[in-house]
Design a binder for this molecule. Structure first.
Ligand code: PNS
Length: 169
């Protein structure tokens, strides 16, 4: 059997938490399609193309037959169906994530009962990390190299340099 999961998200930017979840998801699924949402309600710091590029660079050591990076627009379940996915994979950090994830899983199940939402608890090392926190810390010049993969450290530096605060990153 060829069990395929979609791992959707904003990935603005990708963090070590995201990479850890992909690695752990590969114990459950034969293939994971990491899917960058183009139409996220949040105004992203990075374009969808930049987010895809950062994920590809960060996952360059993965078997391309098992990890694919793509982007999608519109309803996640339509994309998941198109990709022949059996599951939607998401990480859960703490109870704060639960309400939102629960609601999304229920809506997705209502729209497409054949695709299962699967949650993995985030590894304790990355429990406190979010893309939002990383962006804020990096914008004030903090060293985020323990929180994001090396290609993302570089892109954050470039992004904030372009915004005029290179000396602090
Ligand atoms: O990383 P995020 O921002 O928590 O990811 C949220 C995401 C992209 C998974 C979610 O917003 C999504 O699935 N968007 C696509 C539109 C959709 O299908 N929404 C859910 C049912 S209305």
């Amino acid at each position: 059997m060829n069990r395929r999961a979609i791992y959707p998200g904003s990935f603005d930017p990708p963090t070590m938490g995201h990479l850890s979840l992909i690695t752990r998801g590969l114990f459950l699924f034969d293939k994971i399609v990491v899917a960058v949402a183009k139409n996220s309600a949040k105004a992203p710091l990075f374009s969808a193309e930049e987010r895809v590029e950062m994920l590809r660079a960060s996952l360059s050591d993965c078997d391309p037959a098992r990890v694919e990076v793509d982007s999608f627009e519109g309803l996640l379940v339509n994309y998941a169906r198109q990709k022949n996915a059996a599951a939607i994979l998401r990480g859960m950090r703490a109870t704060a994530d639960f309400e939102y994830e629960f609601q999304m899983a229920m809506v997705n199940r209502h729209l497409e009962p054949d695709i299962q939402s699967v949650f993995l608890m985030t590894d304790y090392r990355w429990l406190y990390i979010s893309s939002t926190i990383v962006k804020e810390a990096a914008s004030f010049g903090a060293d985020v190299s323990q929180m994001v993969p090396p290609p993302v450290v570089e892109r954050l530096k470039e992004k904030f340099a372009a915004q005029g605060c290179a000396q602090r990153v």
